[in-house]
Design a protein around this ligand. Structure first.
Ligand code: GDP
Ligand code: MG
Length: 605
C-alpha cells in the first residue's frame, strides 16, 4: 500500500453522453466484471435508473490496473448526471482529485456538461476531456474539441477520442488517469479523518456509508465519532466496493471504501460529515451542508385505509434518500397525508416511481408542486409567534396576508440553455413568458448558442423543460443552479367551487400572471371535474375579487365520465390534475357544498 499508487476520480457528463457505458468498459478492462454482450451498466444499480437510463444514486467501484509494471488502485466514483442531484455530484467530487468529462461527439457540449465542468473546476480537480461515440456516423470530434477549447480553456490536444460502446481507446483512458491525475492528498501522521460522501440503507446491517480517507486509518472495532452530531459508533465492518462490497482488514488514508458502524438511518449518516476516532478529534472537512428541498408537494392515499401502508412505504424510501423532507399534512378533502420536499422535479418523479416499486399498490394523490416562497413579516405579534421575521412558506394555504408582511421573496435560479441557433427566437420568447431575465449570450461554435437566464424557480417547475424540448425539436438542453431569493409581488389565489374556497387548491402566483394562471386553473378544472348532474361554477379569486370563471359541463351534455382514481402511473402533470379533480370530487360530495349547489342552481333558474 502506497498512496502514490491511488487515483480517485469521477466521470461527469450530460445525460446520455455515455458515462455509464464508459464506467462499464473500465470495469470490464480491469476485470471487475465479465465482458458483457450487452450494455449492462453495472453501476446503475437501482431499477429506476435502469428503466430511465439515468444515474440517481452515486455508486463507487475500486479497480486495480497495472501500468508500467506497477499496480494502481483506481477508485471510480459514479455521480448522478441530472441537475436535481448537483449536490450529490459536488459531494462525490470532493472525494476525488480528477474527473473524466465525457462529451458526446455528435451532440457536443450541453447544459449539464457546462454545469458539471464548473463543479469540477471550482473543486480544483484535474479534468480529462473525453470525446465519446466517435463511432457514430455524425460524430464530429474536431468541432467538439474546439468547443472544449473555447468554453473551458482546455487545449484540444488534451482530449481523448473514444467509443465507450465499442471499447475503442478506453485503455488509453485508464493510462491517462494514472498519468494525468494526482494521487490523493493525505494528511500524514493525522489520526482518522474520513469524508462521508454517500450512504445507503441495508435492512440487516443499517447504514452503509461511503467514505474517503483524508488521513489515518480505520478498522473493525474502532470507536468513531460523527463530527456533525457528536454521536459515537463502533465500526463493524470496512471494505472496498468492486462495486460489490468486499470486506477489508483496514482502510488507509487516500482510500475510498465503505464502513458499517451501526448507524440506524441515513439521517445519522449526513452527507459531507467528517468521521474521526473517539478522543482523537480532527478539524472537520469544509463544505458540509444539508440537502435543500426546492419543490414541495402534498401526498395523500386515495383511500384513507391505505394510510399506514403508505406510511411504511414512505419510511422505507426515505431511509435511503435523506434529501427528501417529510412532514405530516392533512386536508379536509384528502384526509391525512404528507408534505414532501424534493431537490427538484426529476427527484420527485424518481421518488414516485420508487414508491410504486416498493410493491405499494394503492393509488397515491400528489398535489400540484410548489416552491418555497419566503415572507418578511412586519407584524411584531407574528414575528414573536414564529420566533423570526423571515418565514418560509411550503404550503400555499399558509401564505400570510399582505397586511402582516413587509415583502415576499421568491426563489430564483440561474438557468443555462444550449441550443442550435435556429431556435433562438422561439427560446427567447419562451423565456420572456416565464419572467426570465437574460444574463449572457455566447456562440459556442458557428451554430450553437449558450444563454444564461435568471428565472423565478416557480416559472420552470411546471412544463418549462418539456416546452423547451418540443420547441427545439429536442435539441436544446437546460440546467440550472440556485440563485438565492429576490423580492416578488406575490398574491394568494383562492379557487372557489360554487362560491366556496377549497383549501387544497390555493395557489400562489405573481401578480402580473395571476389572471393567466387563474384562467388556466379554472379551465383545467372544468375539464377535469367529473360530470355532475348539476353545473358547478369554478372561480379564481384574489381577496374578494373574482379574476376568472368557468362552469362545468352538465352530465347530459356529454356521456363521457372521467375517472379520478389517482392512477400513479400517469405523468406528473396529469397526476396533479387528478389530485385537483379528486379534491373537487370529494368537496362536492360533502353535504355542505351540495346545499350550496342547490342554492347555486336555484339562483340560476
Ligand atoms: P449516461 O446517461 O451518460 O450514463 O449514458 P449511457 O452510458 O447510459 O449511454 C447513453 C446511450 O448512448 C446508450 O444508449 C449507450 O448505448 C449509448 N452510447 C454510449 N457510448 C456510446 C458510444 O461510444 N457509441 C455509441 N454509438 N453509442 C454509445
Ligand atoms: Mg448513466
Amino acid at each position: 500500500y502506497d498512496v502514490e499508487y491511488i487515483r480517485n476520480f469521477s466521470i461527469i457528463a450530460h445525460v446520455d453522453h455515455g458515462k455509464s457505458t464508459l464506467a462499464d468498459r473500465l470495469l470490464e478492462i480491469t476485470g471487475c466484471i465479465p465482458k458483457a454482450a450487452s450494455n449492462k451498466q453495472v453501476l446503475d444499480k437501482l431499477q429506476v435508473e435502469r428503466e430511465r437510463g439515468i444515474t440517481v444514486k452515486a455508486q463507487t467501484a475500486s479497480l486495480f490496473y497495472t501500468y508500467e509494471a506497477k499496480k494502481y488502485l483506481l477508485n471510480l466514483i459514479d455521480t448522478p448526471g441530472h441537475v436535481d442531484f448537483s449536490y450529490e455530484v459536488s459531494r462525490s467530487l470532493s472525494a476525488c482529485q480528477g474527473v473524466l468529462l465525457v462529451v458526446d461527439a455528435n451532440e457536443g457540449i450541453q447544459a449539464q456538461t457546462v454545469a458539471n465542468f464548473f463543479l469540477a473546476f471550482e473543486a480544483q480537480l484535474s479534468i480529462i476531456p473525453i470525446i465519446n461515440k466517435i463511432d457514430l456516423k455524425n460524430a464530429d470530434p474536431e468541432r467538439v474539441e474546439k468547443q472544449i477549447e473555447k468554453m473551458f480553456d482546455i487545449p484540444a490536444s488534451d482530449c481523448i477520442r473514444i467509443s465507450a460502446k465499442l471499447g475503442t481507446n478506453v485503455e488509453t483512458v485508464l493510462q491517462e488517469v494514472v498519468r494525468r491525475l494526482p494521487p490523493p492528498k493525505i494528511e500524514k501522521g493525522s489520526p482518522l479523518k474520513a469524508l462521508l460522501f454517500d450512504s445507503t440503507f441495508d435492512h440487516y446491517r443499517g447504514v452503509v456509508a461511503s467514505i474517503a480517507l483524508c488521513g489515518g486509518d480505520v478498522c473493525k472495532g474502532n470507536k468513531i465519532v460523527s463530527a456533525h452530531s457528536g454521536k459515537c459508533y463502533e465500526v463493524n465492518e470496512v471494505g472496498i466496493l468492486t462495486p460489490e462490497e468486499v470486506p477489508a482488514e483496514k482502510l488507509y488514508a487516500g482510500q475510498v471504501g465503505y464502513l458499517i458502524a451501526g448507524m440506524k438511518d441515513v439521517q445519522e449518516a449526513q452527507i459531507g460529515d467528517t468521521l474521526h476516532l473517539l478522543k482523537q478529534p480532527v478539524e472537520p472537512l469544509p463544505g458540509f451542508k444539508p440537502a435543500k428541498p426546492m419543490v414541495f408537494a402534498g401526498m395523500f392515499p386515495v383511500d384513507q385505509s391505505e394510510y399506514s401502508n403508505l406510511k411504511s412505504a414512505l419510511e422505507k424510501l426515505t431511509l435511503n434518500d435523506s434529501s427528501v423532507s417529510v412532514s405530516r399534512d392533512s386536508s379536509a378533502a384528502l384526509g391525512a397525508g404528507w408534505r414532501l420536499g424534493f431537490l427538484g422535479l426529476l427527484h420527485m418523479e424518481v421518488f414516485n416511481q420508487r414508491l410504486e416499486q416498493e410493491e405499494y399498490n394503492a393509488s397515491v394523490i400528489m398535489t400540484s408542486p410548489t416552491v418555497p416562497y419566503k415572507a418578511v413579516l412586519s407584524s411584531p405579534k407574528l414575528i414573536k409567534e414564529y420566533g423570526e421575521s423571515e418565514i418560509t412558506i411550503v404550503n400555499p394555504s399558509a401564505f400570510p396576508d399582505k397586511s402582516v408582511v413587509k415583502e415576499y421573496l421568491e426563489p430564483m435560479i440561474l438557468g443555462t440553455i444550449i441550443s442550435p441557433d435556429d431556435y433562438l427566437g422561439k427560446i427567447m420568447s419562451l423565456c420572456q413568458t416565464r419572467r426570465a431575465e437574460q444574463k449572457s449570450f455566447l456562440y459556442i461554435d458557428e451554430h450553437r448558442i449558450m444563454m444564461k437566464y435568471l428565472f423565478p424557480l416557480n416559472e420552470i417547475v411546471v412544463d418549462f423543460y418539456d416546452n423547451l424540448k418540443s420547441l427545439s425539436s429536442g435539441y436544446a438542453s437546460f440546467d440550472y443552479e440556485d440563485a438565492g431569493y429576490l423580492p416578488a409581488d406575490l398574491v394568494k389565489m383562492d379557487i372557489l367551487l360554487n362560491g366556496r374556497p377549497v383549501e387544497e387548491l390555493v395557489t400562489i402566483a405573481h401578480r402580473e400572471k395571476a389572471y393567466e394562471v387563474g384562467k388556466a386553473i379554472c379551465e383545467r378544472l372544468r375539464d377535469a371535474i367529473p360530470r355532475q348532474l348539476f353545473e358547478i361554477a369554478v372561480q379564481a379569486s384574489i381577496g374578494s375579487k373574482i379574476i376568472a370563471r368557468e362552469t362545468t359541463f352538465h352530465a347530459s351534455q356529454n356521456l363521457m365520465h372521467r375517472r379520478c382514481d389517482g392512477d400513479n402511473k400517469e405523468t406528473f402533470d396529469s397526476s396533479h390534475l387528478t389530485a385537483a379533480a379528486t379534491v373537487v370530487a370529494k368537496s362536492i360530495d360533502t353535504p355542505a357544498i351540495l346545499s350550496d349547489n342547490t342554492q347555486f342552481l336555484s339562483e340560476n333558474g
